[in-house]
Design a protein around this ligand. Sequence first.
Ligand SMILES: NC(=O)c1ccc[n+]([C@@H]2O[C@H](COP(=O)([O-])OP(=O)(O)OC[C@H]3O[C@@H](n4cnc5c(N)ncnc54)[C@H](OP(=O)(O)O)[C@@H]3O)[C@@H](O)[C@H]2O)c1
Length: 302
Amino acid sequence: MIHVNAISTAELVLGTAQFGLSYGLSKSATPVAADDIADILATAWEGGVRCLDTAAAYGDSERRIGALSRVERPFAIVTKTLPIGRDRIAAEDVAKVCARFAVSQRDLAAPKIDTLLVHNAGDLLADGGQALFDALGELVAQGRVARLGVSVYDPETLDRVLDRFPIGVVQLPLNVFDQRFAANGRLAELAANRIEVHARSVFLQGLLLRAADAVPAHLGHAAPALARFRARAQEAGLTPQAAALSFAANTPGVAKLVVGIDRIDALRANLPAFAAAKRSVLRADDLAVPDPSVVDPRQWKE
Ligand SMILES: NC(=O)c1ccc[n+]([C@@H]2O[C@H](COP(=O)([O-])OP(=O)(O)OC[C@H]3O[C@@H](n4cnc5c(N)ncnc54)[C@H](OP(=O)(O)O)[C@@H]3O)[C@@H](O)[C@H]2O)c1
């Protein structure tokens, strides 16, 4: 059973992988155009969004954000470390991560980054991970980063990180199909321990917003679950956008919802949907899909 708050205090964060990469379920051939990014950032700011999620690994997303947003619209920035992905993190890997962080800071035109997440949690868990964490701690000591955290895909990896590292922020996938992290009040417990939870993949890369007959063939087995979700949203008087946002916004412990935007009209729909979502309750505990080939986009095979 998922317990819900009457009124959520969660905030919306703009996900910007789409600004620098051809990304997501529909994988448009090119990233979002520069003029469209300007419109998206202006509309997001006017709509009360105050934080952007980006990463060194998102093509030139950081540079495009830095070129546009810093003066008039001082968004708080969440960015991520260069992923290393080796069994052993050597001193030169740590140096590479730090050098790449300096590039992120320059590109974002941000003397202080609000949150730096380790993009590949395995880099912390590998041999030499402590040296990496210590080097990131130096960035905090130098006043260049306010908080450190980690991005994860599964609860087991998060447990292993929490056992070893005093992080302040975690970004994780959470949506009506993928409720693994919400089990047993786990996110509320993190929040009680002052670890800020950022939920991503709230729309499961857009899959949750597809009509059952618009699901790509390789995800055809998700169609019955999608039909159930749509019916539940309709029963609650919510659009699919608001229903998906409501689930994440009302999961106890979630502070921020990272929503990926690649079109201004999607943002214009999502801002009022988010306001409705915070006031609404969606019964969703029976909508979880325990099939990794549906809930883990890394396993989607076209
Ligand atoms: N490891 C990590 O740290 C990691 C991994 C993944 C993502 N992220 C972050 O999370 C952000 C969000 O990515 P996500 O994968 O989690 O995506 P998401 O927010 O679950 O879904 C975003 C996609 O949903 C669709 N969409 C959004 N609003 C819509 C609307 N109103 N109507 C119709 N479609 C709409 C769009 O896809 P279509 O255009 O295809 O319809 C959009 O690209 C990324 O930008 C990134 O910042 C981080």
